[in-house]
Design a protein. Structure first.
Length: 133
């Protein structure tokens, strides 16, 4: 006897991290103390689509049970990195002084979207044999 099973799946996940109005998109680091605000690697907007296809066959013949199948997973991502500037203060005393000084300010230019794609395949064949019925 044969048993055939096939399945298909699709998912779409999207989100967007918008900054609060009026707040600068900047990370401030005080050397030897802490780093605050946004990480430069935070994503601004991301969407991910996945397609999953699976197929399997189960065959029983006498003392054998044979199973075979495969699956395919395709993933497509659209990622827009955030635009975050960076400021560095040399130490905490400099920040707390009457005239604080910032030793480095880096304004980042926009980064083009990143669009990776991935395909994954898998196959299997299994034979289960029973010596006695």
């Amino acid at each position: 006897s044969f048993v055939h099973q096939a399945s298909f799946g699709w998912s779409d996940h999207r989100y967007r991290l918008d900054p609060r109005p009026g707040l600068p998109r900047m990370e401030v680091a005080i050397l030897g103390a802490f780093s605050t605000a946004m990480e430069g690697a935070d994503e601004f907007a991301t969407s991910e689509q996945r397609v999953h296809v699976q197929d399997s066959l189960h065959w029983v013949a006498g003392r054998h049970q044979v199973r075979a199948g495969g699956e395919f997973l395709h993933t497509r991502i659209h990622h827009e990195p955030s635009l975050v500037s960076f400021g560095v203060v040399s130490n905490l005393a400099t920040l707390l002084s009457p005239e604080p000084a910032v030793s480095l300010v880096r304004f980042l230019s926009p980064v083009p979207p990143i669009r990776p794609r991935a395909n994954q395949w898998g196959f299997y064949v299994q034979d289960e044999y029973r010596p006695s019925p």
